[in-house]
Write a protein that binds this ligand. Structure first.
Ligand SMILES: C[S@@+](CC[C@H](N)C(=O)[O-])C[C@H]1O[C@@H](n2cnc3c(N)ncnc32)[C@H](O)[C@@H]1O
Length: 250
């Protein structure tokens, strides 16, 4: 998939993106605020800001937030009313900011959209470049609930989108390769993830594909259902998911 395809995908997904429960999930938001240790004097970059949810979350606690994204349609929903926030088009793989501009760089659920390994490394190096010495890069991604389920996770997502899948240690290794010295891994439990809400608000899926994805969960192996704590009743399927929040210090 080339860059213009990614733009097309996010153009189609923008209108329903904010209806996704995980996007505004309070557990994930709390984890970002706690682990990010944001300070009043901080300049923050939200790289791949989308509709600006994380930029808006952080804005009240810092000096300024810049949100960049390749999709102007996603950005069109990012007007958050915080006077210390600026949103603009930009690509995390090649940013126009000078070196050492920010105290924190955040990328939540962005790197799985960067399909080529060398592009992800370039993007991580860019995030490091624009950080001040001692600044933090906070990389967050949804991860399989157990390493043994990586292949199942990939198969399910392949029905939905073209993307990369990471285990937490692979995210840590990317940050080390990009030159970050101290790297820490935090796993966040995101319970009661509602499959129907996720699929209905994707904005691109046919009823047939949605049903296939539900079936792959409900008919998964016992090990799959155990790691996901899968519960199905009255047309709803709930699972417990995990996100990795990996922090690298420059
Ligand atoms: C799943 S959304 C995440 C949005 C936001 N970070 C959040 O947590 O709600 C992924 C976003 O990454 C953006 N994106 C994908 N590749 C990008 C790139 N190379 N540079 C900047 N943004 C990118 C997409 O346009 C989309 O808005």
């Amino acid at each position: 998939m080339i860059e213009s395809d990614q733009k097309k995908v996010w153009k189609a997904r923008a209108a329903t993106y904010n209806n996704l429960k995980w996007v505004n999930n309070s557990t994930l938001k709390r984890a970002m605020l706690e682990h990010g240790r944001f300070g009043r004097t901080h300049s923050v970059l939200d790289a791949g800001t989308g509709t600006g949810v994380i930029a808006s979350l952080v804005a009240p606690f810092v000096k300024e937030v810049h949100g960049i994204d390749i999709s102007k349609e996603m950005l069109s929903f990012a007007n958050n009313g915080h006077p210390n926030t600026v949103f603009k088009e930009g690509d995390v793989r090649k940013m126009t900011y000078p070196d050492a501009r920010f105290d924190r760089v955040i990328a939540r659920n962005v790197f799985h959209n960067i399909l080529m390994e060398e592009d992800r490394l370039r993007a991580a190096r860019e995030c490091r470049r624009v950080l001040k010495k001692g600044g933090w890069f906070i990389l967050q991604e949804g991860v399989p609930p157990h390493a043994s389920l990586k292949r199942d996770f990939e198969k399910i997502f392949a029905l939905k989108e073209t993307r990369a899948t990471f285990l937490p240690e692979e995210m840590a290794s990317l940050l080390k390769q990009a030159g970050f010295a101290k790297v820490s891994v935090n796993i966040i439990d995101d319970k009661d993830f509602d499959l129907k809400n996720w699929l209905d608000n994707d904005g691109t899926l046919s009823e047939e594909v949605k049903q296939k994805i539900i079936d792959m969960h409900v008919n998964g192996t016992e090990e799959f259902k155990k790691h996901y704590n899968l519960r199905a009743s009255a047309g709803r399927v709930l699972i417990d998911t995990k996100a990795a929040l990996v922090i690298g210090e420059k």
